[in-house]
Design a protein around this ligand. Structure first.
Ligand code: DQA
Length: 143
């Protein structure tokens, strides 16, 4: 199984950014553990602070991966272009957010991703990425 993990703006700062909301672990440390836990899964991780680069990567990912885990971060709430990119591809996208966006400011309640995503996992801390992996494994094992 091949899974792409796509992280949007400021997620390169996990571990030092607003740690009371996003935790103290860097994504690199978390990903090391994730890769060890799922040693047979081939992961590709892509992070960008630039909207167009995220859209390019989503377009290039179509039919390359069995699934995409997307944390579009702040672009979730603003980007029609990212929503359209997900709409345009056949590969399933699971949207994740580390924090419970629906329990935060009103502007975080809107997502341009959710209507085109296979599912949404929010609020379980950085482990939302692992839960998204499990959702793809469940799908692959279902009859
Ligand atoms: C986030 C939530 C977004 O509202 C925020 O802009 C982020 C991170 C999360 O993972 O909780 O940058 O996507």
């Amino acid at each position: 199984m091949k899974i792409a993990i796509i992280n949007g703006p400021n997620l390169n700062l996990l571990g030092k950014r607003e740690s009371s909301i996003y935790g103290v672990q860097t994504f690199e440390d978390y990903f090391d553990l994730l890769q060890k836990t799922y040693s047979t899964i081939h992961f590709n991780v892509f992070q960008s602070n630039i909207e167009g680069e995220l859209i390019n990567y989503i377009q290039q990912s179509d039919a390359v991966f069995d699934g995409i885990i997307l944390n579009a971060a702040a672009y979730t709430h603003t980007s029609v272009g990212l929503g359209d990119a997900i709409r345009a591809i056949d590969t399933s996208v699971v949207e994740v957010h580390i924090s419970n966006t629906l329990a935060r400011e009103d502007f975080r309640h809107k997502s341009y991703i959710t209507p085109h995503a296979k599912g949404l996992i929010v609020g379980f801390g950085i482990d939302v990425y692992r839960l998204a992996v499990e959702s793809f494994l469940l799908e692959s094992h279902s009859p």
